[in-house]
Ligand binder design. Structure first.
Ligand code: SAM
Ligand code: SF4
Length: 351
């Protein structure tokens, strides 16, 4: 696998998505956003090195955070008027949101029913997994960067590995399968954990995916040269396992997948930086304070919260969302000399 420069966006032809002009979230390059990421809070109970400084961040004032009703209203507009077909709740840590189960239940009751998933660090999941499954949650992704207790503590500044592993097992027990595990490797910190993580996931029946670290840390410490690339990750895994490309259709899914030791188990690598998938991006994002972002790396946002609180109708909010989508750039531009990291860190955008 070699490093590739940013590809030109291709026009996605998705017959089921609303056609441009008839209501969908279509950008100037012909991409249609059908996958909505909703950040439910910017707060978190871990301090992952690549995401948040140990002392935490200045949290959003409570008054600026959308209420449960406001979140459900905006998601409903997305689903009913804008062609959203998948909704993923994230954060910060979404399990910290007291109304999470009710929000999931309200969103799975929408028509047409979207696929609903959750990205979480799994702390507290052991308790809430059955209620989430009962509320209609379809899938869950758990972030875990090591299965070594000391390293977990070093990477997250909290001694909570056992809670995470219990949360994973509870998700599997509640039928939230396939349970996916997302891992980020950092040079000199947890590269050696790649193979033990894969072995653990194989043993437990979880689907592991590695994600290249992106310049979205609050402390702006990311450097291109220090990043553990997809190529590095594959080299490490290949030293212990035989990997063969999984030829199943990838579509707009960002993970490239490999069969492990002949399959059926797979491992994925999301090469967000070195093999960008911007050309087939189908995502749009809503922050916990009601801003639409057309890209993780966007430097502009569209404020739906203020408009909504000033009495905007559903149709007006949908129009604002469409306009926000039009301005989506062709790619993240991380390799451009002029690249500027967005003002908000990952935890405040919603990863
Ligand atoms: N707290 C939840 C969790 O950790 O799963 C949800 C929010 S977290 C921001 C979502 C995902 O973003 C996690 O899988 C995390 O590993 C990933 N992430 C955070 N900062 C990142 C970065 N700088 N580069 C790549 N992935 C990052
Ligand atoms: Fe919290 Fe998730 Fe960021 Fe880790 S990656 S600090 S769990 S928001």
């Amino acid at each position: 696998m070699t490093s590739a420069s940013l590809p030109e966006p291709t026009v996605r032809s998705d017959p089921a998505a609303p056609a441009p002009g008839s209501g969908g979230l279509v950008d100037r390059y012909g991409r249609t956003a059908t996958d909505l990421r909703v950040s439910l809070t910017d707060r978190c109970n871990l301090r992952c090195t690549y995401c948040m400084p140990p002392e935490g961040l200045d949290w959003l004032p409570k008054v600026e955070v959308l209420t449960d009703e406001e979140i459900v209203r905006l998601v409903r507009i997305g689903v009913e008027q804008l062609g959203i077909r998948e909704v993923r709740f994230t954060g910060g840590e979404p399990l910290l949101r007291p109304g999470l189960v009710g929000i999931v239940a309200a969103v799975t009751a929408l028509h047409p029913r979207p696929e609903v998933s959750l990205t979480t660090n799994a702390i507290g999941l052991a308790r809430v997994a059955p209620a989430l499954a009962a509320s209609g949650l379809d899938r869950i992704n758990v972030s875990l960067d090591t299965v070594d207790r000391n390293r977990f503590k070093q990477l997250t500044h909290r001694d909570r590995l056992d809670d995470v592993l219990a949360g994973l097992a509870a998700a599997r027990g509640a039928g939230l399968t396939p349970v996916k595990v997302n891992a980020v490797l950092m040079r000199g910190l947890n590269e050696q954990d790649a193979v033990p993580l894969l072995d653990y996931c194989l043993e437990q029946g979880y689907q592991l995916r590695f994600i290249e670290q992106m310049p979205l840390d609050a402390h702006h410490a990311w450097t291109r040269g220090e990043m553990v690339t997809a190529e590095d990750i594959l080299a490490r895994l290949s030293a212990a396992h035989t990997l063969t490309p999984d030829t199943e259709e990838r579509g707009s899914a960002p993970a490239e997948r490999w069969l492990v030791d002949g399959g059926p188990a797979t491992v994925g690598v999301i090469a967000s930086v070195t093999r960008s998938f911007c050309g087939t991006c189908d995502r749009t994002r809503l922050t916990a304070d009601g801003q639409i972002r057309n890209c993780l790396f966007a430097r502009e946002e569209s404020d739906l919260r203020t408009a909504m609180r000033e009495g905007a109708t559903d149709a007006e909010l949908a129009d604002r969302w469409r306009i926000a989508t039009l301005g989506k750039l062709p790619g993240h531009g991380i390799d451009d000399p002029s690249f500027l990291q967005p003002n908000r860190p990952m935890s405040a955008i919603g990863g």
